[in-house]
Write a protein that binds this ligand. Structure first.
Ligand code: AMP
Length: 360
């Protein structure tokens, strides 16, 4: 178990600008006073008493810290230190300064599938490592896939935000309705026992978006999105997938599988011919295929707009939320999706419960 240092974090770090925020509080750049090295300080408000509605349970913070300690891998953000005061815990994390992968890609004019695959390999390597330790992320989405830096031509992928991650004890049955609607697996919506395979569904959705700029299950509202996921209504519309290789579609089809036991694992993904071609013909196919940049850029612009819209909307709603009693509904589609907010305008309070920062 990590030591939660009782000292004042500001004695050791100069706290700088805000890098991002979530319902827990803010993430700020923090420069170590002795060395000048910069890190990311994640400030998490902790509930003062069991009946307090504001802040996180200390046990959730402890879980995030334990998981971060267990997943030391080059494609996963590193935890350096933990400070604790009466009202908050501060995680000192490796500074991931390259921004989000999707923003990096959206700035390009063209991207071949082979180039996208180099990023996919790193995402799968990080994820495979976590899964080998029986840890699932449960909140994989573009906002949580970042790049190490802005300077190198081949920046490393860094997976962030382990706030919903879970360590599976042997034989444990774990259910959760947390996540972000566009990316969650059917078993999450149906409140069935979960496994690391739920992350693989999200990888299928992310790959689909990356290649086409379309979100496979996106409806006009979160309820419609969840219904589309359960109904498995997705296809590869030729208008958007005309430059996509058949191997890439096969890769996605082996992830967007309703039965989680039949989905590819991260390890199997790394051996799929789209990622690791076996023949020259397969390798050549990937080189001829590319990302649908026109629609991808539109998707990303819309995503960013929604994120900033949600920040404003959330500020306006906070007062209401504090007064509103959240309850689990009988209908699984009405159950809380506890991660980041998506289309806030039409959502029940339960959908707004956990993360009040970004969106998808
Ligand atoms: P989180 O809830 O951990 O995803 O943090 C909220 C936001 O803060 C993220 O979407 C990022 O924009 C930013 N952030 C989180 N961790 C880091 C980090 N280690 N380095 C840079 N920015 C970060």
């Amino acid at each position: 178990m990590a030591v939660f240092k009782p000292e004042n974090v500001e004695d050791f770090y100069e706290i700088m600008e805000v890098l991002g925020s979530g319902h827990f509080g803010q993430v700020r750049r923090a420069c170590e006073r002795t060395s000048g090295t910069c890190w990311a300080a994640k400030f998490m408000k902790v509930r003062k008493s069991a009946c307090s509605r504001l802040g996180m349970d200390r046990s959730s913070v402890e879980r995030e810290v334990e998981i971060l300690q267990a997943v030391q891998h080059q494609n996963i953000v590193t935890l350096k230190d933990v400070f604790e005061s009466r009202a908050e815990v501060v995680l000192i994390l490796e500074l991931v300064s390259g921004g989000e992968l999707f923003d990096f890609i959206a700035e390009k004019e063209n991207l071949l599938e082979t180039e996208a695959i180099e990023f996919m390999k790193q995402i799968l390597a990080g994820l495979g490592f976590m899964h080998s330790k029986n840890i699932a992320h449960f909140d994989l989405k573009p906002e949580n896939i970042m790049l190490s830096d802005k300077v190198s031509s081949h920046p490393n992928i860094k997976l962030i935000d382990f706030g919903l991650a879970h360590f599976f004890n042997p034989g444990e049955e774990y259910r959760s309705t947390s996540g972000t609607p566009q990316y969650i697996a059917p078993e999450v919506i149906n409140c069935e026992p979960l496994s690391t395979a739920a992350d693989m569904w999200s990888i299928g959705v992310i790959t689909y978006i990356l290649l086409s700029g379309l979100s496979p299950f996106q409806g006009d509202s979160n309820e419609e999105t969840l219904r589309n996921i359960i109904a498995m209504t997705y296809d590869f519309d030729e208008r958007y997938f005309s430059t996509t290789s058949s191997m890439a579609k096969d890769f996605i089809q082996k992830l967007l599988v309703k039965n989680h036991n039949d989905r590819m694992t991260a390890e199997e993904c790394l051996l799929h011919p789209w990622i690791k071609p076996l023949t020259r013909k397969q390798a050549a196919n990937r080189n001829r295929s590319s990302i649908n940049m026109k629609t991808f850029k539109k998707f990303n612009a819309r995503r960013k707009w929604k994120m900033s819209f949600n920040m404003v909307s959330i500020c306006n709603r906070l007062v209401n939320l504090k007064m509103c009693k959240v309850s689990s509904e009988a209908d699984p589609l009405q159950r809380q999706c506890e991660s980041d907010v998506e289309d806030t305008e039409s959502k029940p309070a339960s959908l707004l419960r956990r993360r009040l920062s970004s969106s998808s």
